[in-house]
Every structure is written in C-alpha cells, then in structure tokens.
Design a protein around this ligand. Structure first.
Ligand SMILES: Nc1ncnc2c1ncn2[C@@H]1O[C@H](COP(=O)(O)OP(=O)(O)OP(=O)(O)O)[C@@H](O)[C@H]1O
Ligand SMILES: [Mg+2]
Length: 368
C-alpha cells in the first residue's frame, strides 16, 4: 500500500453538472514530489482541495497510511496547503504570521518560538522575523507563506501554483528552494502548475491532467520521451511536438506513413503495432529536436521530405527553424548545427533515431 492513495475520486459541483474530476486513481509514495500538470480548468485545484478537506468529494476515497481521510476535518488530516495568492497577513509581523497555526494549536510559547525559528531558517528569512509583509519583496513574502506551511510539520504538503505571482527569475530560484525544503523536511509534496518546464524541473513524477482525467503518470523523462497520448505529446515540450496527418500504407514488406508533402518509411520496430492501421489515418508526431536537416538533398534512412526554411528564431544556444510540410505550415525544427541558416534555404528533413510517435485518431492514445 502506498502512502497516499486516491481511488476512483470524483467531483461534481452540482448534482446535474459535469464531472470535474472523473474517476481519478493515483498512488503516492512517502517522500515523493508529485506535480499535477494540466491546462486551466482541468481540475487541479479541485483535486488538491479535496485532499486537503476544503472541498467535499462526490465519490471515491482518499487514504493516508491506509486510513480514509474523507470524513476528517481539514485540520485533522495532517496536511498543509499553500495557495496561489500567498495570503500573508499584513497587520502581523513575519514571526506572528508563521506562528499563527501553532498558536491555534495552543502550543507552549517556547516551543512556538523554537519552531518558527527553525522554519524561518529553512527558508532563509531568519533575519526578517520582526518585519511586516509590506516591508518585504514578493519573493520574501512567498517564503513567509512557505514557512507558515512547513512550521506545522505536515505529513503532506500541498502547493497550488505557489510561484505564479513571482517574476520569471524569482520563480526559477524559488523552484529550487521549494525542492530543497521538501528534501530537507522529508515531506511528501503535491505541487500544482500549468507550466510544463516548472513541472519537468521539479517533479519526481508528473501527473498530466486534461478535462478531469489523468492522461499519464510518469517521470519527467517518461512523459517527454514516451508520451502516452496526443495531448501529452502536445502539452509537454517547448516548442511542442509537430503533428502531421498521415496514412499508413503497405508496399511489399514495408510500411510507410504518407501525407501531403512527406513520405516516411516506418521503422521495423513499429510494424507490428501499426499492422491494424494499414489503410487508415493516424496522427504522426515528431519533436522539434528529432527532425534532422541536411542542406543537400540525400534520401536515405529516416528521410521525411524536402522543405524550405521560412523563418529562423535564434535562441542563443540553439535555433528554431520554421518550415511548412504539407498541411502543417508551422513545423519547428530545433538545431544546433545550422544556427545561422538563412530563410529560403532548401533542405532535406529526416527523423532522427526513429523518434517518431503515432497516435490513434479516435482514442488519441499512442500506438506502440
Ligand atoms: N466552486 C465551483 N463551482 C462550480 N464549478 C467550479 C467551482 N470551482 C471550480 N469549478 C469548475 O471546475 C473546473 C475545474 O476547476 P479547477 O479550479 O479545479 O481548475 P484548475 O485545473 O485548477 O485550473 P487553473 O489552472 O485555471 O487554476 C473548471 O471548469 C471550473 O470552472
Ligand atoms: Mg487552479
């Protein structure tokens, strides 16, 4: 049995309304850093509010250490939550802000002082305990909110987009801080974001959500390299995966994925799984870094098509080349080799290392 188990969890806000969380199942081990990732409205906040007890569940169960928590009050669950708008109380000093949940528990004064100092040390604001929030930067206020959440030494630490109010640079710094605190405290954490790069850089495992359902659960590398659905392939990665409308065609012993403007010989490793799709349409996905280009025409292994580069987006360490292939006029190619390529250059495009993904049109699931 895992530490936290979510079983067939469901949520409707109104009796006849839609299922906002639709039969969710998830097991989390002690000490894991889990990220809920998905677009706006997919049910991330609703789910963690149900775990914290701020929202009632419609169906299913949630257990911690084997014990159901759904009938417990929020404060009996051993869970601490940080919200998107990091509410720190302006009329209280930093010390009093952090001490507040411990005062509610009516702990002895000495113990409160000791624990506040320890929490402030973890977030490196021990020198600011006498200040008021108005005298601090956004990042420092965020640390106060983090300190107040960890001071209760929660079994489970829930964070709902805690970094979204910070500027880009501070977000990146605070990411690392939160991860460090998580490790130091030995907590189990669930962190919500719709920022895929935040998710990739922080998570032990990412739970990709879409329309109230889990699309995939996996390590950052798994969801990236081995996307389970078209949605995951599209949502994760910048720029996102390039998609092409393809028909699977059999010629002799070979299978080809053909579409307007391209023809790709399917690698033998995919013959078996694509056998049922001969004569059918599928979605073909190739990530920008898995399209190789060559300035002179040469067909061969992995050949996809010839194309003309329309735009270049230099990124410093690499460039993004933009070209049109058939019906997809916004194909992006990540290149380190041809960073200075001029618009109008004619190239041949290849799929690198057979890194191609095919998706079923109806189920949107990966064919593999
Ligand atoms: N109190 C409520 N009553 C009715 N519907 C609600 C309520 N709260 C949220 N919803 C709806 O439930 C769905 C999921 O909302 P939720 O806040 O969980 O999304 P989210 O994934 O956290 O999105 P975001 O990234 O924008 O924060 C949305 O369609 C939302 O409109
Ligand atoms: Mg939300």
């Amino acid at each position: 049995m895992s530490y936290l188990e979510i079983k067939n969890l469901q949520k409707k806000y109104t009796a006849n309304g839609p299922l906002i969380v639709n039969n969710m199942n998830l097991s989390i081990e002690k000490g894991e850093f889990i990220v809920f990732l998905g677009p706006s409205g997919c049910g991330k906040t609703t789910t963690i509010r149900m775990i914290s007890g701020l929202e009632e569940i419609t169906g299913g169960d949630i257990t911690i250490d084997g014990e159901s928590i759904v009938n417990k009050l929020p404060r009996e669950r051993g869970v601490s939550m940080i919200f998107q708008s990091y509410a720190v109380w302006p009329h209280m000093t930093v010390f009093d802000n952090i001490a507040y949940p411990l005062k509610l528990q009516k702990l002895p004064k000495d113990e409160i002082k000791q624990r506040v100092e320890k929490a402030a040390q973890a977030t490196e604001i021990q020198g600011l305990l006498k200040r008021y929030p108005a005298q601090m930067s956004g990042g420092q206020r965020q640390r106060v909110a983090v300190s107040r959440a960890i001071v209760v030494e929660p079994k489970l630490f829930l964070m709902d987009e805690p970094l979204s109010n910070l500027d880009a640079k501070l977000r990146v710094t605070m990411r690392t801080e939160l991860k460090r605190i998580h490790t130091q405290q030995g907590s189990t954490s669930i962190f919500v974001t719709h920022d895929q790069s935040e998710a990739m850089s922080m998570a032990d495992r990412i739970v990709v959500m879409y329309k109230g359902k889990i699309e995939q659960i996996g390590t950052p590398m798994e969801v990236y390299q081995d996307s389970a659905t078209r949605f995951v392939a599209e949502f994760i990665g910048t720029p996102p995966t390039n998609f092409f409308d393809a028909s699977i065609v059999k010629e002799g012993k070979e299978l080809y994925a053909k579409g307007e403007g391209f023809c790709y010989k399917v690698p033998a490793s995919l013959h078996q799984s694509l056998a049922d799709y001969v004569g059918k349409e599928v979605d073909m996905g190739i990530r920008p870094e898995y399209i190789d280009i060559a300035p002179q025409k040469k067909e061969g292994e992995g050949y996809l098509c010839d194309a003309e580069i329309d735009f270049i987006e230099p990124q410093g360490s690499h460039s993004i080349l933009i070209t049109g292939i058939g019906t997809n006029q916004n194909v992006k190619i990540h290149t380190v080799e041809y960073m200075d390529m001029k618009p109008g250059t004619k190239v041949s495009c290849y799929v690198k290392n057979e890194m191609v993904m095919f998706f079923d049109r109806e189920t949107t699931k990966r064919i593999k």
